[in-house]
Design a protein around this ligand. Structure first.
Ligand code: AMP
Length: 282
């Protein structure tokens, strides 16, 4: 596995090679990231990963400084999964000067759910993804990038960005990898104490219960949705969580569903200091 830090070194390594299949990450890799990497190995000619904790997508009070960094273990896992090139830019490689040009995503999609509770988050995500894409895919006529469904709204935002800017990149979605009890794998799970870890599965259970209630409501869902969401939220909060949202949306655009729409249930909630997100297509 080639490890490169600067964009010029990355381009020198990738130049003579084929079509990249790219997995952007913030490191502290778990089986969810590795599943993405394996998918990239299956799909592309040149499996590429990046590790970069992107300051732009953290709010001032969030965990940028304490975000877990596990470089040696990450390199071992990526190499074992078949990664051919690891791009690990330092801050000065990606942001040599303040990033004053930014990607402003469609507010209809990016200002709700995560965007409501983390204002500017998707601007930070889109801006870094565009920079990473430009570093990895420069000079290529096409490529693949693999993202996790765990970050459902992020995946949709990135897809729309790629579509609107007609980037020659196929965005591939990989399903959410879970622990045996159902908790979605996340780098932030490492923040949980033993008792919080045991409780954490309640988020995916709440999504499942809300999804079942939404399905049972059938055509009455538009009328009942808010009450069902409130009840789900009250149950989770009663267990000691602070819920940002638990919501049934339609898959196509994450707006309120109408009868017959394909549905997804999305949630974000804090357990102690740790904010977890998850979702379930129903
Ligand atoms: P992150 O390092 O958290 O920025 O995530 C990097 C990529 O891994 C994103 O595309 C995430 O959606 C994806 N990812 C994170 N957790 C999981 C998971 N449990 N299952 C599948 N993909 C995941």
């Amino acid at each position: 596995m080639h490890i490169v830090h600067s964009i010029s070194d990355l381009r020198a390594v990738l130049g003579p090679l084929g079509r990249p299949a790219f997995v952007p990450t913030m490191g502290n890799l778990h089986d969810g990231h590795i599943a993405l990497m394996r998918r990239a190995v299956q799909l592309g000619e040149v499996p590429v990963a990046s590790i970069f904790v992107n300051r732009l997508q953290f709010l001032p009070h969030e965990d940028f400084d304490s975000y877990p960094r596990t470089w040696d273990a990450d390199c071992e896992r990526l190499a074992a999964a078949g990664c051919q090139v690891l791009f690990a830019p330092r801050e000065r490689d990606l942001y040599p000067e303040p990033q004053t040009f930014k990607i402003l995503p469609d507010s209809q999609l990016a200002d709700l759910l995560e965007g409501e509770f983390r204002p500017g988050f998707f601007t930070g995500v889109c801006t870094v993804v565009m920079k990473l894409f430009s570093a990895v895919f420069a000079g290529k006529t096409s490529g693949i990038a693999v993202f996790g469904q765990k970050d459902y709204q992020q995946l949709m935002v990135v897809r729309r960005m790629v579509q609107q800017f007609t980037l020659p990149i196929d965005i591939v979605a990989n399903p959410t990898e879970r622990a045996p009890d159902g908790l979605a794998l996340s780098s932030r799970n490492g923040y949980l104490s033993a008792s919080e870890r045991a409780e954490a599965v309640a988020l995916s259970r709440a999504l499942r219960t809300l999804g079942e209630a939404a399905k049972a409501a059938g055509d009455a869902l538009p009328a009942q949705r808010e009450a069902l969401e409130q009840a789900a939220r009250a149950q989770l909060d009663a267990r000691g969580w602070q819920t940002d949202y638990l919501s049934v949306r339609r898959r196509s655009d994450l707006l309120a569903p109408k009868p017959g729409d394909a549905l997804v249930v999305l949630g974000a909630a804090r357990l102690g200091p740790t904010r977890l997100i998850d979702n379930l297509e129903i």
